[in-house]
Design a protein around this ligand. Structure first.
Ligand SMILES: Cc1cc2nc3c(=O)[nH]c(=O)nc-3n(C[C@H](O)[C@H](O)[C@H](O)COP(=O)(O)OP(=O)(O)OC[C@H]3O[C@@H](n4cnc5c(N)ncnc54)[C@H](O)[C@@H]3O)c2cc1C
Length: 341
């Protein structure tokens, strides 16, 4: 499906993916409205530590192990993207710190990925998530996109229904709803998505220097430091839960015994994942619905890549080398058919 330039596109969700897509489409001449009932940044994108971390993710997240090349390509889009939107990009890198046995296991995983053993990599970068989200929204609005604080309830080409019962004329719907629309009603492919609750600690006095990755924890510097994060598969509530964050605190203290965590605040977000850890990007079986969901722990890392792919799909252009791996309908096909693509 290809849309005429100027067509009316609704984007459901104003997280990292929806916002990056909105600005990209608005700048390319589409008439864009972003719908989201949540306040700005009141989502996983606002809570995130903002790491753009292909190497760490491949090392520490088993679901991302196979995706190092895609994650590196996604990261490499960031310098131009960040400059375009005035998002400060920190290239401080990541240091691996911990007991000898743990460092040996990291070294082994690095070797398994074809990377040199090291306690430091300058491959992983970082942004501040909330200011980045605000920058994308400003740029989208400057390009003509509108933001409306409503949820999308239903869609058919030409008729978008909101949660207040109003219907508006839109030609296409981009579903960037994070964990929000998983019942298959707006797009059947979303039924494969699973939520992963994440709790993260924020501290005012964060240590300077690179991000530190330790056993079961990371410490990220910044205006407000981040200590993260829990991975609670199957949970989509946003209630802080001391039993989970206690483990995080203990892991942080093991690395930095002098950290004052008593004043730390807890933030909670819900990631959403596909079975293979890559997002669903592309046309749904539902007419006129484009998917951009399921970015797991890498929504910020993937935002420029996914936005470019969505724009290419809508324009009828080539969505690039990662289209097959992220194909929105890949889980509905039999194994044999997939291999032959
Ligand atoms: C603790 C934590 C730390 C993380 N750290 C990192 C990190 O360092 N680096 C990284 O790349 N990623 C990180 N992530 C993951 C990242 O936050 C997510 O992958 C990313 O935010 C997903 O963005 P999104 O736009 O798809 O979804 P979200 O940010 O979840 O936004 C979806 C939006 O859709 C809205 N919505 C839902 N239903 C509807 C509807 N029907 N109509 C309209 N709107 C709707 C919601 O209100 C929400 O605002 C982290 C996540 C957590 C929880």
């Amino acid at each position: 499906m290809k849309l005429q330039s100027g067509a009316r596109v609704a984007v459901a969700g104003a997280g990292a993916l929806g916002s990056a897509i909105a600005v990209r489409l608005a700048r390319s001449g589409w008439t864009v409205t972003v719908f989201d009932p949540a306040g700005p940044g009141d989502n996983a994108s606002g809570v995130a530590a903002g790491m753009l971390a292909p190497v760490s993710e491949a090392v520490f997240d088993s679901a991302s192990r196979e995706h190092l090349a895609i994650m590196r390509r996604a990261r490499d889009l960031w310098p131009a993207f960040a400059e375009d939107f005035g998002i400060p990009l920190s290239r401080v890198g990541v240091r691996f710190e911990g007991a000898e046995t743990w460092r040996a296991s990291v070294a082994e995983r690095l070797r398994g990925l074809g990377l040199a053993e090291a306690d430091f990599t300058d491959e992983d970068w970082r942004i501040e998530a909330r200011p980045a989200l605000a920058a994308l929204r400003r740029a989208a609005e400057a390009a003509g996109a509108r933001f409306e604080p409503r949820a999308v309830a239903d869609f058919a080409p030409g008729a978008l229904m909101l949660d207040d019962g109003r219907t508006h004329a839109f030609d296409a719907l981009v579903l960037a709803t994070g964990p929000g629309a998983r019942d298959g009603r707006l797009a059947p492919e979303t039924k494969v998505l699973g939520p992963i609750k994440g709790q993260i600690l924020r501290i005012a006095t964060a240590p300077d220097g690179p991000v530190v990755r330790g056993d079961g924890v990371y410490l990220a510097p910044g205006e407000i430091g981040a200590i993260g994060a829990t991975m609670e598969a199957g949970r989509d509530d946003r209630l802080p839960d001391a039993s989970a964050t206690q483990t995080l605190r203990a892991a942080a203290w093991a690395l930095r015994p002098d950290l004052d965590l008593d004043a730390a605040t807890v933030e909670v977000g819900v990631r959403v994942t596909t079975p293979d850890g890559l997002p669903l990007v592309g046309w749904s079986a539902a007419p006129g619905v484009m998917l951009a969901v399921g970015a797991r722990r890498n929504g910020w890392l993937f935002a420029p890549l996914v936005a470019g792919m969505v724009a290419a799909y809508l324009n009828g252009d080539n969505p690039g080398p990662d289209a097959a791996a992220m194909d929105a309908r890949r889980f509905e096909k039999p194994e044999g058919q997939r291999a032959g693509e």
